[in-house]
Ligand binder design. Sequence first.
Ligand SMILES: [Zn+2]
Length: 278
Amino acid sequence: MLHNPAMFTYIDPTIRERLTEQGKLFQVDRDGVAVDAHTVPARGATISILGPIPLPLQLCEKRIDVQWYACVRNTELSKIEELADDLREQNGQQSFATLASFMAVNSVLLVGDPKNWVEPLVRVHSSCLTGDVFGSQRCECGPQMQSALDLIHHDEQGGMLIYMSGHEGRGIGLWAKAATYLLQDSGEDTYQANRSLGLPDDSRDFSDAATLLKYFLGDKPFRLLTNNPKKVDDLNHFGLQNITRVKHVSGVTEKNRRYLRAKQDWGHDLSPEDIGTG
Ligand SMILES: [Zn+2]
């Protein structure tokens, strides 16, 4: 198949075809069932997955080998591709880079061999640039993510971490989160600050996480690392019933105690001992 340079798509069609043949690019429907890209329209409420991609992680002098899957909702991917087509005539490449940056690509980090999974250990982690990447102690996201990977790595069965890239600031986005930090510094707690900006306390959408769990786990029960009972309720709502919540406290410092207290008031299962105020 000849590549036509005027034809502009996100991933070159011939490469897309090759990856599909190798089984490294595939789609799952909302129930987590793999669909045939040739018989089902590529657009619609499916999720495209690229992987497995071996990723050797170096975490605090520990090496953890995971398989990475990049996952994107096809409605978003197709919107981006349509807009890219429209913009192709004018300065396409540059505009496309701007568009692509709005596309939420979630990640699955798979640890161990799924064949051994009876009730694997799972973390659904909401992205937090300041905590996960910069190591900010205003929240406990960074240590929580690292200790989750460590626990999954040391677990007999292993499991997976799903990294939800669109969940910054409990769903309000990084820009608004920056504004809430300034409001918090003038005395508001993390939930009040969202409300002051006219934004919901928590607008995270767990439907894609549920789809990915269904695809990777089938109907197996699993253990979920979280202190947030609402996360379990949300996943229940999307049809995942066999969840055992595993308390997951780490990274508590003087700097984030007030933040954790707000979470506790909001319904997180944290005892005074957990946040060092007992
Ligand atoms: Zn955070």
